[in-house]
Design a binder for this molecule. Structure first.
Ligand code: SF4
Ligand code: SF4
Length: 345
């Protein structure tokens, strides 16, 4: 793995990136909300020390909230189909925290399970992910429970860290990342030695909520599909779906046809298991007709069903659902109800 020091300041590095033919997406304030947005000039960029994390994740750039998948027209009883264009401009998504970069290995698995989603993968293949280590945390973060750390580079092509001299350096994690650095050689300098681990990241790791034993959590879930706790844990839920929409790993969608007199479009729209219509059958029967059943589904999917199928959790501990929940439902506290903390030295 090659390492490169950013020669001047971070903004200069971004200037170099913008001079290449990429669409650059990075954390930016829009109407007071920090979200991943298009960056037009280096002055708009926030350095990794200027934010904890964004309100929404980057998933909308790979799996948009709504997108057409096919168009059609009618002539009498005949239907004519027309493919839709998938944006092909190469992108760089810059400044993702480890909890967001790691979400791609989860989404990659699901979007090629049984069927390969060309919409998602075309965007994935055209995008370079530049992650950034966390220089601070808040009380909602719990990435260490899911096996990550403030300086995990999993899922990134390039990863930005600070060395002990408070300078930023880049780790090339994949060949795709290394090819991008080669185009930015005026802004970086290759390091001969691996930089020493910055004690800052260890300090942050210790500040993060203690690790929950997810193996024990899964054992409890394996045996407690029916349990009165589900009623108690979900009683405050408003079924608003904010948790799923902001989550970097939630990926449920619905397919709808929007039809005019002689033409239409088939759309893929985000959906969420907390909505009561999500499982409503056309017969009128709804197998998840209570909040308890729907909340159980959310927790089971994250920490049991996904683990059964892919041997990993459908959660990276980013804490977004905790920050956003209007009634303070905290998924970390929920899981802690049925699993112990991991003993730490
Ligand atoms: S479930 Fe919550 S903490 Fe876990 S990845 Fe989704 S938003 Fe983040
Ligand atoms: S954000 Fe909170 S209230 Fe809204 S659906 Fe999720 S758990 Fe329920």
């Amino acid at each position: 793995m090659k390492n490169f020091k950013i020669k001047n300041d971070y903004k200069n590095f971004v200037k170099g990136l913008l001079s290449l033919n990429y669409l650059v997406i990075a954390p930016k304030y829009e109407n007071g909300i920090l979200k991943f947005s298009k960056i037009k000039n280096a002055a708009e960029i926030l350095s990794p020390s200027e934010y904890i994390n964004t309100v929404s994740s980057t998933k909308e750039y790979f799996f948009p909230q709504t997108e057409p998948v096919i168009k059609f027209t009618f002539e009498g009883k005949e239907i004519f189909l027309k493919d839709v264009e998938i944006g092909k401009k190469p992108k760089v998504v810059l400044g993702l925290r480890p909890c967001d970069a790691a979400s791609f290995s989860i989404l990659d698995d699901i979007f090629q399970y049984e069927y390969k989603d060309e919409f998602y993968f075309t965007r994935r293949e055209k995008t370079i992910i530049i992650g950034a280590a966390c220089e601070s945390n808040d009380e909602s973060c719990f990435c260490t429970t899911t096996g990550l750390a403030p300086d995990s580079s999993q899922g990134a092509d390039l990863f930005i860290e600070k060395n002990n001299e408070e300078e930023y350096f880049l780790r090339a994690v994949t060949e795709k990342g290394e090819r991008l650095v080669e185009q930015l050689i005026a802004e970086v300098e290759e390091l001969e030695e691996e930089p020493k681990k910055n004690p800052l990241y260890e300090k942050i790791e210790k500040q993060i909520r203690k690790k929950i034993d997810l193996i024990e959590a899964k054992k409890w879930l394996d045996n407690n599909f029916e349990n009165e706790k589900w009623e108690e844990l979900s009683s405050q839920c408003l079924s608003c779906g904010s948790c799923a929409y902001l989550c970097p790993t939630c990926h449920c969608f619905d397919i709808v046809d929007e039809v005019n007199y002689n033409s239409g479009v088939r759309r893929k729209n985000w959906d969420a298991c907390q909505f009561d219509l999500f499982t409503l059958h056309s017969s009128g029967h709804n197998p998840r007709d209570t909040k308890a059943k729907r909340y159980r589904q959310r927790v089971m999917h994250k920490f049991k069903y996904y683990a059964d199928r892919f041997d990993k959790t459908l959660c990276t501990g980013c804490g977004r659902c905790i920050r956003a929940c209007p009634v303070n439902i905290d998924i970390y506290e929920v899981v802690k109800e049925f699993a112990p903390l991991v003993e730490q030295n």
